[in-house]
Design a binder for this molecule. Structure first.
Ligand SMILES: Nc1ncnc2c1ncn2[C@@H]1O[C@H](COP(=O)(O)OP(=O)(O)OP(=O)(O)O)[C@@H](O)[C@H]1O
Ligand SMILES: O=P(O)(O)OC[C@H]1O[C@](O)(CO)[C@@H](O)[C@@H]1O
Ligand SMILES: [Mg+2]
Length: 738
C-alpha cells in the first residue's frame, strides 16, 4: 500500500532527477471522503484539475500520468474526458499552414507520453482473489460484493461492477470503449507507453490479476526471474496489442474468472501494455542469502568486492590501552543484528544487518589514511559531537592524523578550501549547536565530488546528513567503485525529523523533543493565565510527525496533536473547531501542537501558493501554524461570537540550533566510532545506526528507499490519542487508498 507521504516522496524524486525538465502536479481534488463519490465523478474532477494546471503552466508540452490503486481508474476516466481528436483530418493539403501537431490527437492539448498505473484494479475487484485480504474465500467475496457499497459508496459499486446508472452497463465496461462523449480507449491508445505495475501477492487490497490485466492462466512464473538493479521487480513483460476482432473471448470453466472480467481483460488487451510485477516480501537478493531457518543478511559492500587484492593489516586496536582489558575487542565476522526482534515461534529468522564495531583486520595503514568529513542538509543537535568523535576516534584508536573538513556541504568539495581537523581543533565543538563545518542544500555533483576526492587523495569519506545526503553518498560510493578507487564511503544519518528508515531513531531527536517541552510549557502557562486561551505550537516535521508526537506524549499539557500522516479537518462534527470548543468549555484553555508538514494542502489552497522547492528539491512548506491560528481566531470571533485568546509559538529553529543533550551526545559518540571502525575495516557504501539498540552497518539503499513516518495504524499513535483524548479525524472504513 502507498501512503500519502510515499506518494509525495515519489513525486519529489521526479523533480530531483529531472529538475528543469518536469513539472509534477500531485492531484488534490479527490482526497479523503471524496474518494467515495465514484470513479466518474472523481474522473471529472481530475480532468478539470488537469486543465487548470495546463492553463496555469502554458509552457507544458507533454503529459504523463502516474496513478495508484483506484486513482488509475480515475485517471483513465479523466483522459477519456481530456481527449482532443486531431484538429485536421485531411492531411493532403499541406499548403494551408496546418502543422503536423494539429494532425495529432492530444490530451488537453498536450502530447501524451506515459500512462502508468500502480496496483490499479483495472478488472474491478469482484472476481476470485481480486481482493487479497478476503483470502480468496468465496463466502467472503460474495458478501463483499453485496456489502461493499455500504462502505465504499458509489466507488464500491464501480469496483464491484454492480453499478447500473440509468440502465447503462457497469462503468468499467463502458471504459473499454469510447462511450458517449468520453473517448476512453482512444485516449489510452495515444499514450506512447502504458505501464501496469502490480504486486504479485502482498498488496492486501488489490489482487495480482486485476492490477496486471491478466487472466489466471496468463499469470507468469516469476520465481526464477532476477533483476539485479531492482530486486523487488520479479517479472517484466511487454504485451503487444491483441486484435480482438480476430480473437474471440476466451471461454473458461474456471469459476474464478467471470464473464465481465473476461470482457474487461479482452478490451484492455487491445492496446499494448508494459507489465511490471513486484514483490516486496520475497526479494531474490535476500532470498539468496536465506538459510533453511530463514536467516537473511542484508550485507554492505566491502572494498575487496571491487579491489580483490587489497592487502589487510592487523587492527591497531590490538595494542590499544583503551581496549586492553576488553574481553572481546573485535566483532566476529558472523555477528549480525536482527531487524525484527518480535517474532513468532515458527517464523523465519528474517533480515539481519552486519554488526558494527572493530574488526580483527583493517584495510588501511593509519599513516596512509586521509579522511574527510562533510555535513549536509538542515541542522540538528549533535552534529558537532559526531564530527569531534570521528576526528578523535580516528586519531586515538587508529593513529590517523590526516583529517580534512569539507566546508559548506557537498558543494564544498569543489568550491571551497578544506580545513585540517585535529583533536585539538575540535576539542570543544560539541558544546555548540549547528555544524562546525557549515552545511548547504543542493550542489551535489557526483563527478566533481569524486574528482575532488581523487585529486586530494582522500581515501575515507564520512558523510553526515539526512535522507537526501545519504542518497548523495550512495552515488559517490557507486562512482568510487566504478573508478576502482580505494575509498571507503561511510554515511552517518542525521535528521531532526527522525524520518530515516530502519534505524531506531536519529541523533538529536531526543534533544529536540526535550527542547520542545519548553515551548509547549510556555504555551500552556500563557493560555492557562487568560480566559479562553488557545495555544498553538508549531514543531518541525516535514513529512514525519515524530517530534510532535513524542513531544505531545512527553508533555501531558497538549490537548491535540496534528501531524502530516493523520489528516484532520476543521469544521463540522468530529472536526477541530468542535473539539477546541469542547476543551475550552471543560478546561477554559487548550494547547495544540502541530507539525509543520500537517495540513499543507489546506494552506496551499488558501494561499494559492506556487509549489516552491529548496536547492535540494525539497518542497518549501507554508506556515501551517499561522494559517491555523488565523482560522481558529476567525471561527470563534466571527462564527461563534466568542472571544478567545490566541497564542502562537514557533520554536522550530530554536529547537534545531541547540547542542545535543547527554544521551544524544553518547549516541553521537557511538555512531562516530562505529563509522570509523567500519571504514577502517574496508566496509563502504554503508550507513551506520542502531537497530534494536545494537549498532549495525546498513546498506544505504535500505535507509533511503522509503522515509520513516508515524504509522497511524501502530500502537504509538493510538497511545497518543488515548493520552490526549483528541478526535482521530478519520474513519478508516471510509477511506480508499488513492
Ligand atoms: N537524490 C539525490 N541524489 C544526490 N544528492 C542528493 C539527492 N537528494 C539530496 N541530495 C543532496 O544531499 C544534500 C542534502 O539533501 P537535503 O537538503 O535534502 O537534506 P537531507 O540530507 O535530507 O537532510 P534534512 O532533510 O534532514 O535536512 C544536498 O546537498 C543535496 O544536493
Ligand atoms: O533549514 P531549512 O532549509 O529551512 O530547512 C527546514 C527543514 O529542515 C528540517 O529541519 C529537516 O529536514 C525540516 O524539519 C524542516 O522543514
Ligand atoms: Mg531530508
Amino acid at each position: 500500500m502507498i501512503s500519502n507521504t510515499d506518494w509525495k516522496f515519489g513525486a519529489e524524486q521526479f523533480v530531483r532527477t529531472l529538475p528543469d525538465k518536469v513539472f509534477v502536479h500531485c492531484s488534490e481534488k479527490n482526497m479523503f471522503r471524496l474518494t467515495l463519490d465514484g470513479v466518474d465523478v472523481m474522473g471529472d474532477r481530475l480532468a478539470e484539475e488537469v486543465l487548470e494546471v495546463i492553463q496555469r503552466k502554458p509552457n507544458l508540452q507533454k503529459i504523463s500520468f502516474v496513478a495508484h490503486s483506484v486513482g488509475g481508474l480515475v485517471a483513465r476516466y479523466a483522459i477519456g474526458r481530456l481527449y482532443r481528436p486531431p484538429k485536421k483530418e485531411n492531411v493532403e493539403d499541406s499548403t494551408n499552414g496546418t502543422s503536423i501537431d494539429d494532425l495529432k490527437a492530444t490530451i488537453g492539448g498536450l502530447e501524451p507520453m506515459n500512462f502508468i498505473t500502480v496496483a490499479t484494479p483495472h478488472l474491478g475487484s469482484r472476481g476470485n482473489k481480486q481482493v487479497p485480504f478476503l483470502f480468496g474465500v468465496p463466502a467472503f467475496e460474495k458478501a463483499a460484493n453485496l456489502l461493499i457499497h455500504w462502505i465504499f459508496k458509489r466507488t464500491g459499486r464501480h469496483l464491484f461492477l454492480n453499478d447500473d446508472d440509468e440502465g447503462q452497463p457497469p462503468l468499467l465496461k463502458r471504459m473499454i470503449e469510447d462511450y458517449g462523449d468520453c473517448f476512453f480507449m482512444s485516449a489510452l491508445r495515444i499514450f506512447k507507453r502504458r505501464v501496469a505495475y502490480s504486486n504479485v501477492c502482498y498488496d492486501h487490497i488489490v489482487g495480482w490479476r486485476t492490477s496486471s490485466i491478466r487472466r489466471t492462466i496468463e499469470l507468469p512464473k516469476w520465481e526464477d526471474y532476477i533483476n539485479k538493479e531492482y530486486p523487488h521487480i520479479v517479472y517484466e513483460e511487454h504485451c503487444k496489442a491483441c486484435d480482438t476482432e480476430q480473437s474471440e473471448l476466451i471461454s473458461t470453466d474456471d469459476d474464478s474468472f467471470d464473464k465481465l472480467e473476461e470482457e474487461l481483460v479482452t478490451g484492455l488487451s487491445r492496446l499494448s501494455w508494459e507489465k511490471v510485477d513486484a514483490s516486496f516480501h520475497t526479494c531474490r537478493q535476500r532470498a539468496r542469502a536465506l538459510n533453511d531457518d530463514g536467516f537473511v543478511l542484508e550485507d554492505v559492500p566491502h572494498l575487496t568486492d571491487f579491489l580483490p587484492h587489497l592487502p589487510s593489516y592487523p587492527n591497531p586496536l590490538h595494542h590499544s590501552h583503551a581496549y586492553a582489558i576488553v574481553k572481546q575487542t573485535f566483532v566476529g565476522p558472523e555477528d549480525a543484528v536482527a531487524q525484527n526482534i518480535v517474532v513468532h515461534k515458527d517464523s523465519p529468522r528474517g533480515v539481519h544487518f552486519r554488526r558494527a564495531g572493530p574488526r580483527e583486520k583493517v584495510y588501511f595503514m593509519p599513516e596512509e589514511v586521509r579522511a574527510c568529513i562533510v555535513t549536509c542538509g538542515g541542522l540538528c543537535p549533535g552534529i558537532n559531537t559526531v564530527i569531534r568523535e570521528i576526528v578523535c576516534g580516528l586519531n586515538y584508536m587508529y593513529g590517523v592524523d590526516d583529517v580534512l573538513g569539507i566546508l559548506g556541504g557537498y558543494r564544498g568539495f569543489y568550491s571551497k578550501n578544506t580545513i585540517n581537523l585535529t583533536p585539538k581543533v575540535v576539542n570543544d565543538i560539541h558544546k555548540r549547536g549547528g555544524t562546525f563545518l557549515c552545511t548547504s542544500r543542493g550542489g551535489h555533483d557526483t563527478n566533481k565530488i569524486v574528482d575532488n576526492i581523487q585529486d586530494r587523495r582522500i581515501n575515507q569519506v564520512y558523510i553526515i546528513g539526512g535522507d537526501g545526503t545519504q542518497r548523495g553518498a550512495a552515488l559517490i560510493y557507486k562512482e568510487v567503485e566504478k573508478r576502482g578507487l580505494q575509498v571507503a564511503v561511510a554515511g552517518i544519518p542525521k535528521t531532526i525529523d527522525n524520518d530515516i528508515a530502519v534505524i531506531d531513531k536519529s541523533f538529536g531527536f531526543d534533544t529536540a523533543v526535550e527542547e520542545a517541552q519548553r515551548a509547549i510549557n510556555a504555551a500552556h502557562v500563557e493560555v492557562e493565565s487568560v480566559e479562553n486561551g488557545v495555544g498553538i505550537v508549531k514543531l518541525m516535521g516535514r513529512y514525519s510527525g515524530f517530534i510532535a508526537m513524542f513531544a505531545t506524549l512527553a508533555s501531558r499539557d497538549v490537548d491535540c496533536c496534528l501531524i502530516p500522516e493523520s489528516p484532520f479537518y476543521l469544521e463540522g462534527p468530529g472536526g477541530l473547531f468542535e473539539f477546541i470548543e469542547q476543551r475550552i468549555k471543560e478546561n477554559g484553555h487548550m494547547v495544540i501542537v502541530i507539525a509543520e508538514g500537517a495540513g499543507q494542502e489546506y494552506v496551499a489552497q488558501a494561499m494559492q501558493a506556487a509549489d516552491e522547492r529548496d536547492a535540494s528539491g525539497n518542497r518549501l512548506l507554508l506556515d501551517v501554524g499561522l494559517w491555523l491560528t488565523q482560522k481558529v481566531k476567525d471561527h470563534f470571533t466571527k462564527v461563534k461570537k466568542m472571544e478567545i485568546n490566541m497564542k502562537y509559538i514557533d520554536p522550530t529553529y530554536m529547537i534545531r540550533a541547540i547542542p545535543s543533550n547527554a544521551s544524544d551526545n553518547i549516541y553521537c559518540s557511538l555512531l562516530a566510532q562505529s563509522a570509523v571502525h567500519g571504514a577502517m575495516a574496508g566496509y563502504t557504501g554503508f550507513t551506520v545506526g542502531p537497530v534494536n539498540s545494537r549498532h549495525a552497518y546498513i546498506p544505504i539503499a535500505r535507509v533511503t528507499e522509503a522515509p520513516n513516518t508515524v504509522k497511524v495504524t501502530d500502537r504509538m499513535w493510538a497511545r497518543l490519542l488515548a493520552s490526549t483524548n483528541q478526535p482521530s479525524f478519520l474513519n478508516s472504513n471510509e477511506m480508499l487508498p488513492m
